[in-house]
Design a protein around this ligand. Structure first.
Ligand code: GLN
Length: 196
C-alpha cells in the first residue's frame, strides 16, 4: 500500500518537501488539522518561519496531536524552522517548542538572509550521506545535545542532521536540492551506517 507522509502546511516550503516525498516513492499529504494525521506513515515539519508556524499551531490546536504522533513511534522530520519547533528550547527570539528533541536551537545562528550558504557535510559521517550538499537559509544551530541524540551529519563540526529515536532534525533544507538521500533515509526502515 502507498505510504502517506504528512507535511505540516501552515507556512514554509511545503511544496518542495512534497516533491521530495513523492520522489522517494511516498504520497505527500498536507496537514492542517488533527484529523489529517490519521493513517500517516511519517510527518515533516518544513522550514519557513518558526514564529509564524508556532502561531498557526496554537490556532489549529496542533501541539498535543503532534506530540502524540511522535509518541506513537512514527518518524518525524523537522527541517530548519521545523527543527527549531522540535527542540526542547530555542534561543535568540525564543519560540514555543514541542520538546521532542533533546537539543537547544539557536535561531538565525549563521546571520540573516544574506548569510545563507551551501556547504558539504564533513567527512567521517555515515557513508550513506558522504558529500551531501546542504543549503542553509537563516539556519539555526543545534546546541547542548542530550545523550540520546545521534549526530548523522556535521558541517564545520556543527551538527546539521541529528536523530533521537524516531525524531529527526536537519538545520538545512534537504528539499531544496535534487539529492534525495535525506528523505530516502528518513523514509526508509533501515538505519544509516554510522562510522563515527
Ligand atoms: N530563521 C527561521 C526561524 O527562525 C528559520 C529559517 C528557515 O526555516 N529557513 O524560524
Amino acid at each position: 500500500m502507498e505510504r502517506r507522509v504528512g507535511i505540516l502546511a501552515i507556512q514554509g516550503d511545503v511544496a518542495a518537501h512534497g516533491r521530495s516525498v513523492e520522489s522517494a516513492g511516498a504520497r505527500a499529504v498536507p496537514v492542517l488539522r488533527e484529523k489529517d494525521l490519521d493513517g500517516l506513515a511519517a510527518l515533516i515539519l518544513p522550514g519557513g518561519e518558526s514564529t509564524t508556524i508556532s502561531k498557526g499551531m496554537d490556532r489549529l490546536g496542533l501541539w498535543e496531536p503532534v506530540r502524540e504522533f511522535a509518541a506513537s513511534g512514527r518518524p518525524l522530520l523537522g527541517t530548519c524552522a521545523g527543527a527549531i519547533l522540535l527542540s526542547r528550547a530555542s534561543e535568540n527570539h525564543p519560540v514555543p517548542t514541542l520538546g521532542l528533541l533533546d537539543a537547544v536551537a539557536r535561531r538565525n545562528a549563521y546571520g540573516t538572509q544574506v548569510d545563507s550558504f551551501a556547504a558539504s557535510v564533513d567527512a567521517g559521517g555515515p557513508a550513506a550521506l558522504a558529500g551531501l550538499r546542504c543549503v542553509f537559509i537563516r539556519a539555526p544551530r543545534l546546541e547542548h545535545l542530550g545523550d540520546r541524540v545521534e549526530v548523522l551529519a556535521r558541517v564545520d563540526a556543527a551538527p546539521v542532521l541529528v536523530r533521537q529515536a524516531n525524531v529527526w532534525a536537519a538545520t538545512f533544507h534537504p528539499e531544496l536540492t535534487p539529492d534525495p538521500r535525506v528523505h530516502q533515509l528518513f523514509l526508509s526502515p533501515q538505519e544509516p551506517n554510522q562510522s563515527s
